[in-house]
Design a protein around this ligand. Structure first.
Ligand code: ATP
Length: 299
């Protein structure tokens, strides 16, 4: 399938990109058949998700031996809660998501879902339990309907339309020349960043996983598009254990807990109002945002 839109010699590059950005990982991983990818333990069990609690315990991690990226990170996302991670570019936010998805293994410490260490469960069952709304969604050269149904190919037409409505995408699709049959992707209609993100949200709604990773888009959206996306994100994260990787502050305000990361460590944590009271790094970021019409990148 992937060969339909990338030349063979670009596969290595594409693989790295996928690994980096969490794009539609479940299937593309299998298709690319990378030998160096993490392997299941010989006695790996199927993940049994009860409530869906996610716990990082004293996690240390480095991509390369000479540079530690996570320096003892601990936090718990209680079942059904939303934890958002903010911090400067390069602080290690996306790395948390990559480790939860087990693209890499921790050097020490552990990551558990309902008490089961991700290294002890099959990757298939792990990735079935986790939905990802990536920064940039891959669209296939196919109809918008099939692009949505990719979230769960067995879904009925009614379910696909319902997911599109919940993702605030239905009205847009109805306005297209061929409605749900409109071709999108490289050789079809190009969707905007916000529309693509809503496709990802609809796919996750169809997949219906108990755990969710939202890797917030870095590009700015106008305030109307942003509100539409925020509404859709609220819909998708409701009742799911959610880890938000926030490159801007727009989605974090309503999170149950916000973790502030600096150079691989959590330096502040709490709800939005608590963090403002602490008057530390988060409060400075927030004030900075209030003074800018265009929200600045977190630096
Ligand atoms: P941003 O907000 O810019 O996306 P981030 O906080 O999500 O930043 P990470 O992507 O987690 O940051 O990266 C943390 C650090 O790890 C960075 O210094 C980055 O250069 C480094 N890093 C990320 N991926 C790799 C990799 N595959 N190999 C080596 N170093 C990496």
């Amino acid at each position: 399938l992937i060969q339909l839109f990338v030349p063979l010699n670009a596969l290595g590059f594409v693989y790295r990109e996928i690994r980096q950005s969490l794009v539609n990982v479940e299937r593309l991983f299998a298709l690319l058949g990378d030998k160096s990818a993490i392997e299941d333990a010989a006695d790996a069990k199927t993940l049994s998700v009860g409530q869906g609690e996610v716990a990082f315990r004293d996690v240390h991690f480095s991509y390369r031996p000479d540079r530690e990226i996570l320096k003892g990170v601990s936090f718990t996302i209680p079942a059904g809660h939303t934890v958002a991670v903010v911090g400067a570019s390069g602080a290690g936010k996306s790395t948390l998501a990559r480790l939860l998805f087990r693209f890499f293994d921790v050097n020490s410490g552990s990551i558990c879902i309902d008490g089961q260490d991700v290294r002890q469960i099959t990757q298939d069952s792990l990735r079935t339990a986790i939905g990802v709304v990536p920064q940039d969604t891959v669209l296939f050269n196919d109809t918008i309907y099939n692009n949505l149904a990719y979230g769960r190919p067995s879904a009925s037409e009614e379910e696909v339309h319902y997911a599109a409505r919940q993702a605030n995408l239905d009205e847009f699709i109805q306005s297209l020349p061929d409605g749900y049959s409109t071709k999108v992707g490289e050789r079809g209609l190009k969707l905007s960043g916000g529309e693509k993100q809503r496709v990802a949200i609809a796919r996750v709604l169809l997949k219906n996983p108990p755990i969710l990773i939202l890797d917030e888009a870095t590009s700015s959206l106008d305030s109307i598009s942003e509100q539409v996306i925020l509404d859709a994100l609220n819909e998708v994260s409701r009742q799911r254990t959610t880890l938000v990787i926030a490159h801007r502050l727009s989605t974090v305000r309503d999170a149950d807990t916000i973790l502030v990361m600096e150079q691989g460590a959590i330096v502040e944590s709490g709800a939005h109002s608590e963090l403002l009271e602490q008057n530390g790094y988060y409060a400075r970021l927030w004030q900075q945002q209030q003074h800018n019409v265009d929200e600045p990148e977190q630096k």
